[in-house]
Design a protein around this ligand. Structure first.
Ligand SMILES: [Zn+2]
Length: 214
């Protein structure tokens, strides 16, 4: 029989002896009462940008959906399988989260792929290419700007795509209505893997700024 990778089993052993042991009461309470997270985070799959780690969140605190390049597709009520929209629907309508954070990050491979449309698909399905085509108008504009360096284009599209995802969140009627009533707020953030810096999107200007933290 195949086993889980050894590092996962030893990590689990550490979890049971460490975090689970110290938070047993919390886990039991969450099991009994159910989850009531206040915040949904839409983050990238990238193993270096885990929202629970960045925000030092405990069990039950963050409702997280992760996909390639933390994109939110537009509202499309058709018969296709919309995993991110399903998570969003549950977070907003059932859990009634108060905040949604779109968390982007530096050196994002999905964004890099969007900036290089000539790259060969990784498989015949080209799932990444189709998924990243959500931001292709912005990617084409950025790629066409020869004044920018490769690194500047990358960071620009990472941040533009966060604003794009927030705009798409507002195409969901439930999000738009609740935001209008002041019961839901939408936020953007960008995490720099190499320095640990977190940049927060100014909701009026769309610019990314460093928050004041003590
Ligand atoms: Zn990424």
């Amino acid at each position: 029989m195949d086993h889980l990778p050894a590092e996962l089993l030893s990590g689990y052993r550490n979890f049971m002896g460490g975090r689970y042991a110290t938070e047993t009461t919390r886990y039991r309470e969450l099991a009994r009462k159910g989850q009531q997270p206040q915040t949904m985070v839409i983050a990238c799959c990238d193993s270096r940008a885990a929202p629970e780690t960045i925000f030092d969140a405990g069990p039950g605190e963050l409702f997280v959906v992760r996909n390639v390049a933390n994109l939110v597709p537009p509202y499309e009520p058709d018969d296709r399988h919309h995993s991110t929209s399903a998570a969003l629907e549950f977070a907003v309508q059932s859990l009634k989260v108060k905040n949604i954070v779109v968390l982007g990050h530096g050196r994002c491979g999905g964004i890099r792929a969007a900036l290089d449309p000539s790259a060969e698909p990784l498989s015949p399905g080209d799932f990444i290419g189709k998924w990243m085509s959500l931001v292709s108008p912005a990617a084409e504009t950025v790629t066409g700007n020869k004044m920018m360096t490769v690194g500047e284009r990358q960071t620009s599209l990472e941040r533009i795509s966060i604003r794009y995802s927030i705009a798409n969140l507002r195409t969901f009627p439930c999000v738009k209505i609740l935001e209008g009533k002041g019961r839901l707020s939408l936020h953007g953030a960008w995490f720099d893997i190499s320095t640990g810096e977190l940049w927060i999107m100014n909701r009026e200007t769309g610019d990314f700024e460093r928050p004041e933290i003590d």
